[in-house]
Design a protein around this ligand. Structure first.
Ligand code: PMP
Length: 420
């Protein structure tokens, strides 16, 4: 593996050398989506230049080649996640589709009226709405695991909720709005002991640290490729074989059948029974290239660098008048969620954008969380391993310029122009 070196890592990401509004780009919106290393872009391009054909219909050489690359991608991901059964890894469009798959297939089949589903206060809408849709269909109930005021999950409240014998617990590994990393192994163990099935949304976890799915203890794990330095429109669901085997298909079509007649259809084995239609072949191959890229780096060094970045950003920003962080708990990935007193969030984001700094303002698809905090949303600077310490400094100094010029005509004119 290569030494920790953000400058060297950056060179692998062509987009990062862009200018935005005439300024060098400072990309701090990695929780929304990450940039792609050259090897990913090249893998997709190479597939179209040399191997493009439909998969699993191998009556010619190109199709066999495409199928091999597509299935090899599944194996690459499975190995990376520590699972020895690639058939339990199902390609989806991303986290959202993976969770909907579980809700519509496992959920409709297993949940009955008055069964309890536990959701988490800080979850992304993708881990809330599919369960609400399911609950409405089958008449199940939903209760919510709250956060403590410091941002950590309220374990006592969780234990009490477990006494109500929930059937399903939908957890978030890392909050996309606060950055909090939740103790998933412990939460899954407690959930399992209470007899529940657990699903973990890993969309914001895998970009920051490696996991071992055999040790995590969940029943389902969902994630997205585009947040993981891979392409958009590809992600995956991992599930325990016992559960996946009991689950009916949720979408019908080609690729997912064994035999079709008008008197009845039988379905293919795992994982194909959950992959109706032509899959995102280049997406899977591009995502595998992203994983191979990560495997070649020193991920512990990346994580250490990201934590240094986060601490540096906090140190610089905490000097600013009116800077206030949202509660984030005791363990967090490199994500800074904050408010700037006296400023409208969108105005701050526009100001930063004019200076080449990309962050996100708003509710971050976590409206129930923001409502519980009594906030309309937050400003979110989310870092990746390719960000430099001076980028964190520039974020702080650009915010400082905004604060300093609060009463000057330029800022007022700027804000008026943006809000009019
Ligand atoms: N869960 C979390 C925690 C997320 O951050 C996101 C993306 N913002 C999603 C789910 C949804 O992912 P996707 O849109 O890629 O399906």
């Amino acid at each position: 593996s290569r030494p920790s070196d953000p400058v060297r890592w950056r060179r692998d990401f062509p987009l990062l050398s862009q200018r935005v509004h005439g300024q060098p780009l400072i990309y701090l919106d990695n929780a929304a989506t990450t940039q792609k290393p050259r090897v990913v872009i090249e893998a997709i391009s190479r597939f179209y230049k040399t191997s493009n054909a439909n998969v699993h219909r191998g009556s010619h050489a190109l199709s066999a080649q495409a199928t091999t690359a597509f299935e090899q991608a599944r194996t690459t991901l499975a190995n990376w996640l520590g699972i020895d059964d690639p058939a339990c890894l199902i390609w989806t469009r991303g986290t959202t589709e993976a969770i909907n798959l579980v809700a519509q297939s496992w959920g409709r089949n297993q949940l009955r009226a008055d069964d309890l589903i536990l959701l988490q206060q800080s979850s992304h809408h993708a881990n809330i709405v599919p369960w609400q849709m399911l609950a409405e269909t089958v008449g199940a109930r939903i209760e919510v695991i709250p956060l403590q005021p410091d941002g950590d999950l309220d374990l006592d409240a969780y234990r009490l909720l477990l006494q109500k014998q929930p059937k399903l617990i939908a957890l978030s590994h890392v909050s996309n709005a606060l950055g909090t990393r939740y103790p998933i192994e412990q939460l899954c163990r407690l959930g399992r002991d209470a007899g529940a099935v657990t699903l973990v949304d890993g969309a914001q976890a895998l970009p920051h640290f490696d996991i071992d799915l055999t040790r995590l203890g969940c029943d389902f794990y969902a994630f997205s490729g585009h947040k993981l330095f891979g392409p958009s429109g590809i992600g995956a669901l991992w599930g325990r074989r016992e559960l996946l085997e009991q689950m009916p298909p949720w979408q019908g079509g080609g690729e997912m059948i064994r035999d079709v007649s008008f008197s009845g259809t039988t379905y293919a084995d795992l994982p194909f029974r959950f992959e109706a239609g032509t899959p995102n072949i280049e997406g899977a191959i591009g995502l595998a290239a992203a994983i191979e890229y990560l495997q070649q780096q020193d991920r512990t060094a990346m994580e250490r660098h990201e934590q240094t970045l986060l601490q540096h950003a906090r140190d610089c920003c905490s000097q600013l008048k009116g800077f206030r962080e949202l509660p984030f708990g005791s363990d967090r990935v490199s994500l800074l969620s904050f408010e700037l007193e006296g400023f409208h969030q969108q105005d701050v984001a526009h100001w930063l954008d004019r200076h080449g700094i990309a962050i996100r303002a708003g509710h971050h698809c976590a409206m129930p969380l923001m409502r519980s905090l009594g906030l309309p949303g937050s400003l979110r600077a989310s870092f990746a391993f390719y960000n430099r310490l001076d980028e964190a400094e520039q974020l702080a100094s650009c915010l400082d310029q905004l604060i300093q010029s609060q009463t000057t005509s330029t800022t007022v004119a700027f804000i008026e122009q943006k809000t009019s």
